[in-house]
Design a protein around this ligand. Structure first.
Ligand code: BGC
Length: 817
């Protein structure tokens, strides 16, 4: 008798053979779950995310991220969060669900809610904010939007995945409180508010344990404490030992097809190492997920007009006017316009890596200027995908600038500077852009800088620019949004969801970021504005900052507390002569405490449209419980009583009106920390204080340093060893050659796209480990070969040989160095 897939999970489980169960907990054909046709269990399709649906055209196309079905390229998460309007995340989620269904996709691998610990993280464009409230609210709205359309989401990358250079092998060393208050908080909010169907665990270790094997994270916290009832999958290749993973609560291994894993799980069940009931829990969650969705019917690209318009709206509302001396909006008084910069014609609208979308059209600023019939001159000035300076182009641009009244410089980061897979080393603009900009400024040109970048850049000359409009990465219609803002058809209303420091040295993670495999989160809870606020750092642009073509005044704050919910109101008047939107940010100043805390923390925000000369009452709400801190003495949230204060602000450094908030809560007469920690952390630490170990409650792990190649060392870290060097040269050398070949091609769109894609792989490869390469290879690289290499490197040639010639896969992970 066969049981249809709609049957209860228990009945299906009873029908499955062990072999089928073992297959069901691993991926199939890179992007699918395993089908069991005899039981009517279909295969689900899972794909990226988050700013469009990236469905590869050719299954098994490996690392080729560019051969995708057409789909709408929405602005990236950094832009979305800068709108400060979560409704837009909901609408974008709905649109993505429609496109997912049309493309036959069941689960979208999104959203990413990791905290932007440092602006250097190459993947920040895919994340929302340095603040857990903003990240959590946007993540929740996105998940609700996608899931309301009958498509699942994968909340990622769980957890404390804050860099790219060390993502496969890194260990994020985070104290319990920072983990709860900062790094897990956004995940918690999304899980409890929006109930994502799946969670994707990250590659890295968290406090010594790989996320995929982290029982406390995946079972105790996620399921028991937060009530998550969905499926946990690995990031692509994040598996270390499937048996330990499954026992820890990691259900699905993606992309799967690693025979070694299958053998490991089957054998572990047979020997009793893994109870079948534990495997059944994982299988049951896969079956439950399969049962959630009707099979989507594939149709042609369905986004065209409506989704394009939504992408444009998000781009318009997410752009941040960082500075303006009145030059913007452009009008008759702007005089002769000169446009400089290749990004004008070849706008950078998205980031590189797994989120890369192939849109049906791209509207550049040049297209949008043409549609408007804007009179302007255009000189290229620099080439985006050729970072070296070009004196001919520079001279041409400088000569043209001598005759222009206003120069619009289109600049920003390129895919060679920021991407998934590697981190930035500095915050500067590319050298060729910087040199030209500085020369233009030195000649006294009136320069408006229009930026396309997924993250902050250093602008040491900002006060000599007429204006800075940051479009972030605005999606495929970004050019329209840019033109509308420059010419005043739209009024800028985006606000920064991250702080912009003046340089790297000012950043809150500066003491540690990029320092090695062991990432020491010694700044603890002092992340982003929580740090700069309390340290009094004079940064460039504060969290929440953004200008408008009008001005707003705040007055008449009120507060009431009913049933443990705080409701606050404030009047916002538009005191200028243009309609505009203001983002009201409600920070709460913490009451004096024995426990170290940030000075103030964002607790609510709202975006409100106010007509010129008009006013609006803005209501903001939050739960009193949100004011609690994580107490490491009782391992729980504690709401401390005292005199708090509500701060209604236009940015973290621009508080407009305030009102006291007395809170009745617990009296905390003693800090749960040793007094040395209290002292060291009374202010944000500079460097890595010795007390960090006390805060952690254990010694800070040493950096492993470089050395011999094992399954879990980064190729870059083993390159000086004999075997490591051979592997490094073979693997990295190959992808580097591909990159160099692309670079040598004559100028064309095809060249740029090849440079971009080969560069991504080349820069990411040295951070890979043998294990991550096996696990993400969908069976192309055998575990036995990787294990053999590791045995060779460890000086065990006989074991290496037997591993090389083994066709079955019985080597236990624990035996391999
Ligand atoms: C990324 C994930 C992505 C997956 C599949 C991984 O390398 O970290 O975010 O969903 O690949 O493309």
């Amino acid at each position: 008798m066969t049981v249809p897939a709609t049957a209860p999970v228990g009945e299906l489980l009873a029908q499955l053979t062990l072999e089928e169960k073992v297959m069901l907990v691993e991926g199939y054909q890179s992007w699918r779950t395993y089908p069991v046709p005899r039981l009517g269990i279909r295969s689900l399709y899972l794909t990226d995310g988050p700013h469009g649906v990236r469905k590869v055209r050719t299954a098994g196309s490996g690392f080729d991220i560019a051969d995708n079905e057409p789909s709408t390229a929405f602005p990236t998460s950094a832009t979305l969060a800068s709108t400060w309007d979560p409704e837009l995340a909901f609408l974008m989620g709905q649109a993505l669900a429609r496109e997912s269904r049309a493309l036959g996709v069941d689960v979208l691998l999104a959203p990413g809610v990791n905290i932007k610990r440092s602006p250097l993280c190459g993947r920040n464009f895919e994340y929302y904010s340095e603040d857990p409230l903003v990240s959590g609210v946007f993540g929740s709205a996105f998940v609700r939007g996608v899931q309301s359309g009958g498509v699942g989401t994968a909340l990622k990358h769980f957890a404390a995945n804050s860099n790219e250079d060390y993502r496969f092998a890194g260990d994020s060393v985070v104290d319990e409180r920072a983990l709860r208050e900062i790094y897990l908080r956004a995940f918690e909010r999304v899980v409890t508010d929006a109930r994502p169907h799946t969670v994707m665990c990250s590659y890295n270790r968290l406090n010594g344990v790989f996320a995929a094997q982290h029982r406390e994270l995946l079972t105790d916290i996620l399921r028991r404490q937060w009530g998550f009832d969905g499926l946990v999958m690995t990031d692509w290749g994040a598996t270390h030992d499937r048996v330990t993973d499954i026992a820890a609560g990691c259900d699905l291994d993606m992309p799967g097809a690693v025979l070694h894993n299958r053998d490991r799980v089957r054998d572990a069940v047979r020997t009793g190492e893994l109870p079948e009931t534990t495997l059944d829990l994982a299988v049951g969650r896969v079956l439950q997920l399969v049962g959630r969705y009707d099979e989507p019917e594939q149709t042609a690209y369905c986004g065209a007009e409506v989704h394009g318009a939504l992408a444009e709206r998000i781009a318009t509302e997410g752009a941040v006017l960082l500075a303006n001396d009145g030059t913007l909006p452009l009008g008759a008084a702007s005089g002769q316009l000169l446009v400089i910069g290749e990004l004008f014609a070849r706008m950078r609208f998205q980031g590189s890596g797994s989120s890369l979308i192939t849109p049906p059209e791209v509207v550049s600023p040049q297209d949008a200027f043409a549609r408007r019939g804007v009179e302007h001159d255009y000189v290229v000035g620099y080439r985006a995908m050729r970072p070296e300076r070009d004196s001919v182009l520079e001279r041409e641009a400088l000569a043209a600038a001598d005759n222009a009244e206003t120069v619009l410089f289109f600049g920003g980061l390129t895919d060679l500077d920021e991407s998934e897979g590697f981190d930035r080393r500095h915050l500067r603009l590319p050298d060729n852009q910087l040199a030209l900009l500085e020369a233009l400024i030195a000649r006294g040109a009136r320069v408006v800088l229009v930026l396309f970048a997924g993250a902050p850049v250093e602008l040491p000359f900002a006060d000599r620019l007429a204006a800075v409009l940051d479009m972030y990465l605005p999606g495929m219609r970004g050019g329209e949004a840019t033109a509308a803002l420059l010419f005043g058809e739209a009024n800028p209303s985006g606000r920064l969801a991250e702080s912009w420091t003046r340089d790297v040295a000012q950043t809150s993670a500066a003491a540690d970021f990029g320092g090695g495999v062991v990432a020491r989160y010694a700044e603890s809870i002092y992340v982003g504005y929580r740090y700069y606020d309390a340290a009094g750092t004079d940064i460039a642009y504060s969290f929440g900052h953004g200008l408008s073509y009008t001005t707003f005044a705040y007055s008449d704050p009120t507060v009431s507390v009913v049933d443990d919910r705080v409701t606050a109101t404030v009047q916002v008047a538009n005191t200028g002569d243009r309609d505009g939107a203001e983002v009201v940010q409600l920070y709460v100043r913490n009451a004096p405490s024995e426990v170290f805390k940030a000075h103030k923390e964002l607790r609510a925000f709202a975006k409100v449209v106010v007509p010129a000369g008009g006013a609006a009452t803005v209501t903001l709400e939050f739960a009193l419980a949100d004011l609690a801190y994580w107490d490491v003495g009782v391992h729980d949230w504690v709401l401390e009583g005292g005199e708090y204060e509500l701060l209604f602000a236009a940015s973290a450094s621009d508080v407009r009106v305030r009102v006291p908030l007395p809170v009745r809560g617990r009296t905390v007469s003693r800090s749960p920390y040793p007094s040395d920690v209290d002292q060291a952390y009374a202010r944000p630490p500079v460097g890595i204080p010795d007390e960090f170990a006390l805060l952690l409650g254990r010694p800070v792990p040493e950096q492993p340093g470089t050395g011999r190649l094992t399954l879990d060392t980064r190729l870059a870290d083993a390159r000086r060893s004999f075997v490591g060097g051979i592997v490094y040269r073979a693997v990295v050398g190959l992808v580097e050659r591909r990159y160099r070949t692309a670079v040598a091609m004559p100028d064309s769109l095809d060249r740029d796209s090849r440079v971009k894609n080969t560069h991504f792989v080349w820069r990411m490869m040295p951070s890979n480990t043998l294990r991550s390469m096996v696990m993400s290879s969908s069976g192309r690289l055998s575990y036995d070969v990787a294990a053999g290499i590791a045995f060779l490197a460890a000086g065990h040639p006989v074991r290496a040989l037997s591993s090389f010639i083994r066709r079955s896969h019985t080597v236990s992970t624990k035996e391999v160095p």
